[in-house]
Design a protein around this ligand. Structure first.
Ligand SMILES: *[C@@H]1O[C@H](CO)[C@@H](O)[C@H](O)[C@H]1NC(C)=O
Ligand SMILES: *[C@@H]1O[C@H](CO)[C@@H](O)[C@H](O)[C@H]1NC(C)=O
Length: 411
């Protein structure tokens, strides 16, 4: 039961962070069939992201590899220029795109070229780099560990902060010699903010756009996830390292046990978990389900549940004071103090009124912590109708968000 608890708990954290919602405006995907498909019918394509999602639109695209200091070999795609361009047109600003948890870089590429952020950026003169976190489909390699080895999965977002982000930033800095613009979504905002707060990456950075920021999760409006995080974390914490793969989950006994919990309304589960996305196209969601969700580590999901539960952005909590002491030299995990983010770092933050994950109350906490940020370096956008996935996959995200990102980067 405890194992089932873990799997299902994490599944729904994942779903939530993945933002699978039923679609509106005539796109017919029911919650029930959607859920079933999510849990069973996924097989990532073997070909790389360039081949599956970029080259066919007439853009150049390079498949690259970056090795982290702890040995993970990450896949990275570069789209060096726009469609209409003759090559060699001078120095371009690089942009790194960092996806959230349980998805990979392909989630930026599920609409038409006129709607996808990487291609819009390329057409607007940027040199685009798409990162893929360790453990996701094209980043399942390590210099000595195989993914079948539990040690391959011994990491949480602390390691994404310490190793994955710096590896990609160093690589792009080396190749371009330019300061970098960053776009993060969901967990890609948390890892960036935490890095900046420790003074990392900031010397290589020109500016950062943070979509659906999730540095704090204590107001998360999904009762379902709050109950899941609070009820099951104790059971799952002792299970140690392993891959977390939604595609291999069993049935829904756990779901039923959660749904009888007072306060949890499962009648429209997807909306309850993720928020009411306004602007997803059913064809986009079909593509999404062909490639996502991707694997993460159990430890990473447990760490996220700790953030929900404790309301503090801290390093992974080993629970036993002695274990924390071994890792950190103190009995509780160190906190990432976002007030230490350099006040002159150009930040663009965009958040949605219907986002059940990056809840308005938690974004308010973040903005309060950033209240001493230089006024002219912080740009905040609120989109009343947007929920978590609209920022990456919304059919109108170009008009709503991406145009603003581009003018922010061009300031
Ligand atoms: C970047 O360049 C430096 C100096 O040439 C080199 O030591 C380092 O390994 C490079 N890093 C990456 C990630 O390519
Ligand atoms: C939704 O996707 C279909 C198929 O790709 C496309 O023809 C249609 O224009 C899309 N709708 C919107 C609003 O982007």
């Amino acid at each position: 039961m405890a194992v089932l608890g873990l799997m299902h708990y994490a599944a729904f954290t994942g779903l939530c962070l993945l933002v699978l919602t039923p679609v509106h405006h005539g796109a017919q995907v029911s919650t029930r069939s959607f859920l079933r498909r999510t849990l069973v019918e996924v097989s990532p394509p073997e070909e790389g992201i360039c081949a599956s999602s970029v080259l066919l639109h007439g853009y150049k695209c390079e498949e690259l590899e970056v090795t982290t200091k702890d040995g993970y070999i990450l896949s990275l795609q570069r789209i060096p220029e726009g469609r209409a361009e003759a090559s060699g047109s001078g120095k371009k600003q690089p942009v790194i795109l960092q996806h959230g948890v349980l998805v990979d870089g392909m989630t930026w590429l599920l609409n038409s070229p006129e709607q996808d952020l990487p291609l819009i950026l390329a057409d607007n003169g940027f040199d685009v780099w798409i990162a893929n976190t360790r453990g996701t489909g094209h980043s399942r390699r390590h210099i000595s560990l195989d993914p079948s080895n539990p040690a391959f999965w011994d990491w949480s977002f602390d390691e994404l902060i310490s190793y994955d982000l710096p590896a990609v930033f160093d690589y792009v800095t080396n190749k371009t010699g330019q300061k970098i613009n960053y776009v993060g979504h969901s967990l890609g905002t948390l890892t960036a903010l935490a890095s900046f707060s420790e003074g990392n990456l900031v010397n290589q950075l020109k500016s950062a756009a943070l979509l659906s920021p999730v540095a704090y999760l204590s107001h998360m409006s999904s009762e379902f996830l709050v109950v899941a995080a609070n009820t099951f974390i104790d059971q799952i914490i002792s299970f140690g390292q392993a891959e977390f793969d939604i595609k291999r989950l069993p049935g829904s006994a756990f779901l039923n046990s959660l749904c009888v919990h007072p306060g949890v309304d499962c009648s429209d589960l997807m909306t309850a978990i993720t928020g009411d996305n306004c602007c997803l196209n059913s064809s986009t969601l079909k593509l999404f389900l062909l490639n996502e969700p991707q694997s993460s580590s159990r430890k990473n999901l447990i760490h996220l549940a700790q953030i929900v539960r404790h309301g503090v952005l801290a390093k992974y909590n080993y629970v036993l004071p002695a274990h924390n002491f071994i890792h950190y030299g103190q009995i509780s995990p160190p906190v990432y103090n976002l007030a230490n983010i350099p006040h002159d770092l150009p930040l663009f933050i965009s958040y949605g009124g219907r986002d059940a994950l990056a809840d308005v109350g938690d974004v308010a906490t973040l903005l309060d912590i950033l209240k001493n940020h230089d006024q002219d370096k912080l740009s905040v956008q609120f989109i009343k109708d947007y929920a978590h996935a609209d920022f990456v996959m919304g059919f109108n995200a170009n008009d709503m968000v991406y145009k603003n990102i581009i003018s922010f980067f061009n300031r």
